[in-house]
Design a protein around this ligand. Structure first.
Ligand code: MPY
Length: 291
């Protein structure tokens, strides 16, 4: 089971949509003191900001409307707001509110003080099994929550996972997410590494939920080795994925860890480990019980 969520800061985010203040105030940039830039993406940058009135720290994601239009990404941004906006879970980056002006869209998000997970993975190469197991449990719990809300993330990778103040993981960037059942055949973009075989195959059956189970397997493999299991030249990556021929895990990896990953990277989507079973797997219990 994932670690207990961190204590909720006394001063709850003031700009959250449903905060109990009497009259919901119009949100605008002047309400925030802009701090250091935290990162940048295709449509804009994210800044550490302080809500002047409450002193509450948030992350302000600033998206340029012109850039969104140039990339034809209105749907992507709309999904990020619609889907992310209804989620509330310790393993999902908080989405407090949003507003826009003539040139930009502003998303008021939870500040994840630990930064981007992929940078830690890059810096450390790979994670010790105890840490990999804790992370896998947190992602499994967050994905189980998403699926309980009929949401599939569909773009889980270290680049889209942030680290909170207490070292806990937070799924972020819901631009590719959908409420399932979805029109499955929409764009297959982004890296092939994380796509499960059924998304590359021509099958019509809709295993939308099992996609995130496969991705949890890829993610855990990457925590343990620092590489994606099917990483290769693009052509053979596709061939490797559809034949389920993943690169072997190093001998140093424990039998339980191998069993956990192999139970998720199963070609037949109906046979993949469910998130409930993943959270009860011996490898997870071994590392997550003893705090
Ligand atoms: C616009 C940027 C973007 C594009 C696409 C996808 C995503 C989600 C990952 C994002 N980021 C995003 O939405 N983000 C929402 C966020 C957010 C990013 C964030 N924190 C950080 O990015 C961050 C980075 C480095 C950091 N330090 C690095 C150095 N260390 C020594 C101390 C800690 C501490 C925090 N908090 N909420």
């Amino acid at each position: 089971p994932p670690p207990p969520p961190p204590p909720v800061p006394q001063n709850r985010p003031p700009c959250r949509r449903d905060s109990t203040d009497a009259k919901p105030q119009r949100l605008h940039l002047g309400l925030f003191e802009i701090g250091r830039p935290l990162g940048k993406g295709k449509f804009g940058r994210v800044y550490l900001v302080k809500h002047r009135q409450s002193g509450f720290l948030c992350a302000l994601k600033v998206l340029e409307k012109a850039q969104i239009a140039r990339e034809n990404a209105e749907v992507h941004v709309r999904r990020e707001i619609e889907v992310h906006g209804v989620l509330r879970h310790p393993g999902v980056l908080g989405f407090y509110n949003w507003f826009h002006d003539s040139r930009r869209i502003y998303l008021i998000l939870e500040y994840a003080a630990g930064g981007e997970l992929y940078r830690s993975l890059q810096k450390e190469g790979r994670f010790p099994e105890r840490r990999a197991a804790k992370y896998a449990a947190q992602v499994a719990a967050a994905l189980r929550y998403l699926h309980s809300k009929n949401v599939m993330h569909r773009d889980i990778k270290p680049e889209n996972i942030l680290v909170g103040l207490y070292g806990e993981l937070k799924l972020a960037d819901f631009g590719y997410s959908v409420h399932s059942p979805s029109n499955r055949r929409d764009t297959l973009c982004g890296t092939l590494d994380y796509l499960p075989p059924e998304m590359l195959a021509a099958s019509k059956a809709d295993y939308s939920r099992a996609i995130d189970q496969w991705t949890l397997g890829v993610l855990t493999y990457e925590f343990l080795t620092g590489e994606a299991p099917f990483e290769d030249s693009p052509l053979s990556t596709k061939r490797r994925i559809v034949s389920g021929d993943m690169k072997p895990l190093p001998a140093s990896v424990s039998r339980e860890a191998k069993d956990f990953v192999h139970s998720l990277l199963v070609l037949d989507p109906s046979k993949r480990l469910s998130f409930d079973d993943a959270l009860e797997h011996p490898w997870i219990l071994k590392h997550c019980d003893a705090e």
